[in-house]
Ligand binder design. Sequence first.
Ligand code: SF4
Length: 324
Amino acid sequence: MSRRYRGQFAADGACLSPARCIPTLPIVTEPPPDTVESTLREWLRNERRLGVPHWDVSTTPAAAVVTGVGNREGARPAPPSPVVERLPTAAAVRATTLPASTPALFGDDTGLPPPCRAELSKADAAAALAHLDATHVRGCTKCRLHAGRTQTVFGVGHPRPALVFVGEGPGADEDAQGIPFVGRAGQLLTRMIAAMSLTRDQVYICNVVKCRPPGNRTPADDEMETCAPFLFRQLAILRPQVIISLGRPATQTLLATKVAISKLRGAFHDFPPPALAHVGLPPARLMPTFHPAYLLRNPAAKGDAWADLQQVMRLLGLPAPQRS
Ligand code: SF4
């Protein structure tokens, strides 16, 4: 019996697409928005005082990306993104996965299917994410946070991105709109993404917990542990090359550690960490950095955050900013 895969899943929610795996990820070629120059200026405001290099978008390689809009009008197509060339192959990813009998991180009482073990096309990954959201997250009442939410906030962005941002949880604006990082901190994150010559549509943005903690408090450890299996299953579908964890709760959850973010940020870490090896997640490089909300309260830390983003840009082969 042949198996066709168009967003179909087994009764337990497992993927039915191993024969439709693709060896590479879709190329991200959409240019940054026209507002990139203004957003760069805003994000890099005070950069000289902080020692952050100034990015002159009129002369740097990033400008070539911006002017790539002209490709739609018949100009020479942009070259393939170096991001794709650096992505792990399907064979390399599969070699790291574990037997189907491997238990889920926090036990099988989550009622979730095992993390996706195959590389999916953009369409299939979008379908798998939508299935996970609709079937398991939207009606979830596994922790106390469900009581105060307006709606769950699953995630948004490219279903097969090279880069994923993970925060700790939705705030009031996110709870109202059902979209992560849309408040003041989200606007700063959007500018940070633009400063990397990317757009929100080219990356994926989500949180550890999918429901707003009351009063925008930090999620409790047990709340993050209860909700983390959803995040891990998202990451198994997304299969990014790099994860940027925003702030202490997200960083400590993804690295399964209690080490302070001040000691973790500024360097890449292997993901998953040994403590999460049994989950069967695809490998990625994880860069911890400060949460945009912290940067709003402590703008002097923008220099450190920018240095973290620059390391990610170098790994992904994104255009490096130039000193003016
Ligand atoms: Fe479920 Fe996560 Fe919401 Fe808790 S925060 S109710 S685990 S979706």
